[in-house]
Design a protein around this ligand. Structure first.
Ligand code: HEC
Ligand code: HEC
Length: 148
């Protein structure tokens, strides 16, 4: 009786282990076959592009990409480094683009005197760039190349 149970268990274990093993061989991750506890060889930290011209937008609603470094720029409850240059009070002196009107409306379209909380954490939508090849193919076509 005990022996039978053991055999059933080992068959089940074999099936489970056998299939996971097969699965692991078929899936190719971007890390290649680097084990999980080893550093990812593809994940080389690249230098952020700095002080380039504003980057062309690919579609009308796109949050513009950040054309400068943002290393060490703090955004927390008490302070927002981005606003020291991009706010309506400071943009002229900083020579930066001012945040647009849309950043002053809450989700019910109430117009606020200050930046809306949902637009406070700039890097949710605006990201700096590095010179990197895309990891996966992307067939997205910018709207400008579509003929109407
Ligand atoms: C020291 C001042 C300064 C700070 C701080 C700063 N920026 Fe900028 N930012 C600029 C300047 C200057 C430009 C370029 C304006 C130009 O050339 O037209 C710019 C451009 C941009 C643009 C491109 C706008 C467009 O129309 O293409 C975005 C987006 C942006 N910044 C986001 C951010 C975010 C997000 C932060 C905080 C993480 C930040 N910036 C912090 C000065 C600053
Ligand atoms: C929820 C997403 C989101 C967040 C958060 C956000 N933005 Fe934007 N931002 C956008 C989008 C989308 C646009 C382009 C359309 C528009 O102007 O609303 C934009 C446009 C801009 C522009 C260009 C304005 C122009 O006149 O061309 C600047 C500069 C900018 N944002 C700065 C910021 C800064 C600084 C913060 C943080 C204080 C911030 N944004 C937070 C989505 C966001």
């Amino acid at each position: 009786m005990k022996k039978e149970k053991l055999i059933v268990l080992s068959v089940m274990l074999y099936m489970l282990f056998g299939t996971t093993h097969l699965f692991a061989e078929q899936v190719r991750s971007l890390r290649g076959s680097t084990p999980l506890d080893k550093p990812d060889p593809t994940n080389v930290l690249k230098k952020t592009q700095n002080d380039r011209e504003p980057i062309e937008r690919d579609y009308v609603q796109q949050p513009p990409l950040v054309p400068h470094k943002i290393n060490g720029y703090k955004i927390n409850k008490n302070f927002n480094k981005c606003l020291t240059c991009h706010s309506w009070a400071n943009y002229k002196e900083a020579g930066a683009t001012k945040i647009s009107q849309t950043h002053f409306s809450d989700r019910e379209n109430n117009v606020l005197a200050n930046i809306a909380p949902r637009r406070y954490f700039c890097t949710q939508c605006h990201v700096p760039q590095v010179d990197a090849e895309p990891l996966v193919e992307n067939t997205f076509t910018p709207i400008k190349t579509i003929h109407h």
